[in-house]
Write a protein that binds this ligand. Sequence first.
Ligand SMILES: [Mg+2]
Length: 216
Amino acid sequence: MRYRHVIWDWNGTLLDDAWLCVEVLNGLLRDAGLRPLTVDEYRADFSFPVLGFYERRGFDFKTHSFDEVSRRYISTYNQRRYECQLQPGTVTALTDLRAAGLEQSVLSAYHEDTLREVVTHYELAGFFTRLSGLDNIHADGKVARGKAHLRALELHEAPHRVLLIGDTAHDHEVAAAIGADCLLLHHGHMHPHRLDKHGVPLVGSLTEAVEWVLAH
Ligand SMILES: [Mg+2]
């Protein structure tokens, strides 16, 4: 097999949380007198860094504090986060890849402490050799963390043996920056039409993702 390690994105990829992100965001939009959006609109527009996405939805950070909006978003999301389910087939996918001899880890835009808690809550911690999240709440991107993640895994000299699996264009950006291959799933935070122009394989479920990995 071409790969020896799979780096998973968490939100949207293994955790089905796009619907909750939309509900939390809609609370903030309503409070700011702005129009709420549907899950479809969210999947068509969401991007990293989230600051630009918020501005497109109408937030004016000359009058609103981005810090305050981020804090309220995280706090409401966190209060409700365990309402989310894992994506269908998560445990089977992780089990099958482990059985195939692949090491797995998570690289997330979550705060690292939160990431550790949620992965433990969903009883998945035993599948991963490393969990890396961000150290701030601004979800400003995972490139630097991704590079450190690869070094910590001692795979920085063999990035071509690493596959990053995610659900957003940013995951592809991170994979390219760290020299890893990328597989994208369109069951999360972005519509397939936004993911199919990156020249990387695109699949619609974790079952298909595992089939793809095992075939390469
Ligand atoms: Mg994601």
